[in-house]
Design a protein around this ligand. Structure first.
Ligand SMILES: [Zn+2]
Length: 317
């Protein structure tokens, strides 16, 4: 069997979808999203990450094209597309057996911890490099699954929902969510991702603690957009509740190995950790009483009340 465009066109038109409560739109919506991300240049290698960008644009297509009352859980098609044989999952270390055994994973956090990325048949990935094959496969998906929506697809492809979320957060200085809003896991994941990316941008990709600044290709970055008051408790994605921290110092901050006082000075509490005398690089304790790196825009300086909360929570004085 030749795995050419005709082969995949047939596959896309005949996806194995759940029909128990009407035709489930999840798989065609995810494939449209993947085509869209190819179009936008987000996918350079044959690695499709369950990222905020993917999720935000999945929701874009979902809200535009889905009329049924199915629930928009991106984890479902991301996992179940493996049943269509051209979509494969790369497990994270420790999850090889579960993925091999096709243990069902139905939530976004569970899938993100089990799966590193999805990848396509090499033949399909090669085909998707060509804009013409992307257009053909998009047309097939629309005809087969959303025949009355043909007129809207070009417009949706022009629009990047992840950028739109970032922009709207930027305009409002971030957001605080209600418990009710947290139930929409996909939406919160996309918006949380936008918060993290924006914090990193505000700090110009620099760790506020050690000032390391290393930017990788794609969206890889050595620094994270960290929350001062934890999101799980406070649901606070205001930018002033953010700090840009490298992986090490994010981890250390989340465990109270340092705090930041009202003058934005780093405080290292005694007795929390030991460290080797640093040879060439500086040890953590060498940063005691130093001022953190701050955003250029004073509007985004970390909230002193949040920093105080963190210091008190971790008993740093
Ligand atoms: Zn750092």
């Amino acid at each position: 069997m030749v795995k050419d465009l005709t082969y995949y066109a047939k596959k896309f038109a005949n996806l194995r979808v759940d029909r128990a409560r009407g035709t489930a739109p999840h798989k065609p919506i995810l494939l449209l999203t993947v085509l869209d991300l190819f179009e936008k240049g987000y996918i350079g290698r044959n690695e499709i990450y369950l990222s905020p960008e993917l999720t935000a644009n999945f929701l874009k297509f979902w809200h535009q094209f889905v009329a049924s009352d199915h629930h928009s859980n991106i984890a479902l098609p991301f996992f179940h597309l493996t049943g269509d044989k051209f979509w494969h999952l790369m497990p994270n270390p420790g999850f090889e057996a579960a993925i091999q055994a096709k243990v069902k994973i139905r939530t976004l956090p569970a899938l993100r911890s089990a799966v590193k990325y999805a990848y396509l048949d090499a033949e399909l990935f090669a085909l998707l490099q060509a804009p013409q094959s992307r257009t053909e496969l998009t047309t097939i998906l629309i005809q087969a699954w959303f025949p009355d929506k043909g007129g809207e697809i070009a417009e949706s492809f022009k629009y990047d929902e992840f950028e739109a979320i970032q922009q709207s957060l930027f305009d409002s200085g971030g957001a605080v969510y209600s418990v009710e809003e947290l139930k929409d896991e996909d939406r919160i994941f996309a918006r949380n991702g936008a918060f993290r990316r924006t914090i990193v941008k505000i700090y110009n990709h620099r760790c506020a603690f050690c000032r390391v600044r290393v930017i990788g290709q794609g969206n890889l970055d050595l620094v994270d957009g960290a929350h001062i008051k934890p999101f799980s408790t406070f649901r606070n994605d205001l930018f002033v509740n953010g700090l840009s921290l490298c992986k090490n110092h994010h981890w250390a901050f989340d465990r109270g190995w340092f705090g930041v006082n009202e003058n934005y000075h780093i405080l290292i509490p005694g007795g929390r950790f030991t460290e080797e005398e640093a040879i060439k690089s500086r040890g953590m304790k060498d940063f005691d009483k130093e001022t953190i790196a701050l955003p250029n825009n004073t509007d985004y300086y970390p909230d002193k009340e949040a920093l105080k909360w963190h210091m008190e929570y971790w008993k740093i004085s």
